[in-house]
Design a protein. Structure first.
Length: 91
């Protein structure tokens, strides 16, 4: 069962890449970022470190309903934070 927050993020955050060129799901990355922040991450570097250490744990994959998860590198994560439409998040 997909978490309610992930459903909301999928409804309100537009994927920026075409499906064939997409390597990461923007709503999933945002969902993991929120979890990282709730777990104590205070900046993008800490979010990245949390994702790197925890995203492949079976509990996280089960929560997301996936068998495999690929996390972006640190610079790509910064790009994600830049491309998110802040107005989209506020609605």
């Amino acid at each position: 069962m997909e978490p309610e927050l992930l459903k909301i993020l999928k409804e309100h955050i537009s994927e920026q890449a075409r499906p064939q060129g997409r390597q990461y799901s923007l709503p999933v990355i945002m969902f993991l970022s929120i979890i990282a922040i709730l777990m104590g991450a205070k900046n993008p570097i800490e979010v990245y470190k949390w994702m790197k250490a925890n995203a492949k744990r079976k509990e996280i994959k089960k929560l997301l309903g996936v068998e495999f998860i690929r996390i972006p590198g640190r610079s790509r994560l910064y790009d994600f934070f830049e491309i998110v439409d802040k107005d989209e998040l506020e609605t």
